[in-house]
Design a protein around this ligand. Structure first.
Ligand code: PLP
Length: 378
């Protein structure tokens, strides 16, 4: 019997991203030749002698299970190092702390994820950084905001919840010309649909809680740097801050990652069917969908219409989050973006009649029927 060779064995022919995701760590168990890599829960690793230590010593600093997931995401994003953190927010806070000099200027999207906005705003109010917000989908507004000076440019595209698109390569080129580093939160599109590092971005962050793990049972994050030295520095910060993820979460996330490409394809088929319904139904006033991905945002008349639609949905759970196998519906104004005051919500284009869907992998016909019944109730 032969043992499968690991896909990252230099002697192997390079494989495509989908194969890479499926095969991450498969057939690499040195102890028993287990096909699926084992989970290493131990906090500590024995030193052979005082001057002779193995690759791992303490699990906050390094863990074999966590490393497999980080390496797999880094390979999918086309980066050098993947640092796995305890949440998307810890990936974001670690990255900001590591890359932004004290008192530096952070230029972020006006409609970024509400939790990112809350963190950036709090750091600004406490004098740790200067936050400026801009609509990066408006190329001239983005160019003049960058020209005014920034140390770190933060991108999130498609944006949340309006799914506005930023020209990553153009913004990155002008940010670099102005001497700023660029970070992209790639949670929404993910590496199957969009690889910001290929467009010149310096660092990608993820909420791995979403489509990377894909089953709504893990809270985790990933930081991937294009440059190996910067990646090592970010991992150093994640360890110093205690932001690294646990082994069990990393194990579940790696398990979910194996089906990422299949889940993304199925969810996109469902999203296309839902968009077709929404664009033809008179109760849906506006539909925001960039033409790819599994997130669809739409607007109904007002809060009363929202309540009528929600009351009786069977297949869309009223819940925050996205990117799982099950479909969800959320009300950004009172849920994901509740931390934003009304003025910031208005500036970001968030209305009271806005709903965001995360399309799962159920049969699209069932999702359409459930949503049509909801729209008919308005
Ligand atoms: N970035 C985006 C785009 C998100 O949607 C989220 C969570 O919804 C986060 C970051 C934060 O991730 P986590 O909830 O894993 O901390």
């Amino acid at each position: 019997m032969t043992t499968d060779r690991p896909v990252d064995d230099p002697a192997c022919t390079p494989v495509r991203p989908r194969t890479r995701a499926v095969r991450a760590g498969i057939g690499t168990d040195p102890a028993h030749n287990a096909v699926t890599p084992p989970i290493y829960l131990s906090t500590s690793y024995t030193f052979d002698r005082l001057d002779q230590r193995g690759r791992y010593d303490y699990s906050r600093s390094g863990n074999p299970t966590r490393d497999l997931f980080g390496e797999a995401v880094a390979a999918l994003e086309g980066g050098s190092v993947g640092c796995v953190t305890s949440s998307g927010m810890s990936a974001i806070s670690t990255t900001v702390l590591a890359l932004l000099p004290a008192g530096g200027t952070l230029l972020a999207p006006s409609d970024c994820y509400g939790g990112s906005w809350r963190l950036f705003d709090a750091l600004d109010r406490s004098g740790r950084l200067k936050l400026r917000l801009v609509d990066f989908s408006d190329a001239s507004a983005a160019a003049s905001a960058i020209a005014e000076g920034a140390d770190l440019v933060w991108l999130e595209t498609p944006s949340n919840p309006l799914l506005r698109i930023t020209d990553i390569a153009a913004v990155t080129a002008s940010a670099h010309a102005a001497g700023a580093l660029v970070v992209a939160d790639n949670t929404f599109a993910g590496p199957v649909l969009q690889r910001p590092l290929e467009a010149g971005v310096d660092v990608v962050v993820h909420s791995a809680t979403k489509s990377l793990s894909g089953h709504s049972d893990v809270v985790a994050g990933v930081i991937v740097a294009a440059d190996a030295e910067r990646g090592a520095d970010l991992c150093w910060w994640a360890n110093a801050l205690g932001a690294t993820a646990g082994a069990f979460d990393s194990y579940l996330a790696l398990r979910g990652l194996r089906t990422l490409h299949l889940r993304v394809a199925a969810a996109q088929t469902g999203a296309a069917a839902v968009v077709e319904l929404l664009t033809s139904h008179p109760a849906a006033h506006a539909v925001h969908y960039p033409g790819f991905g599994s997130i669809v945002t739409f607007e109904v008349a007002d809060r009363a219409a929202v309540d009528a639609l929600l009351d009786g949905l069977h297949l869309f759970c009223l819940a925050e989050s996205l990117g799982g196998v099950e479909s969800l519906i959320s009300h950004p104004a009172t849920m994901t973006h509740a931390a934003m005051p009304e003025s910031a919500q208005a500036a970001a284009g968030i209305t009271d009649g806005m709903l965001r869907l995360s399309i799962g992998i159920e049969d699209p016909a069932d999702l359409v029927a459930d949503l049509r019944a909801g729209l008919d109730r308005i």
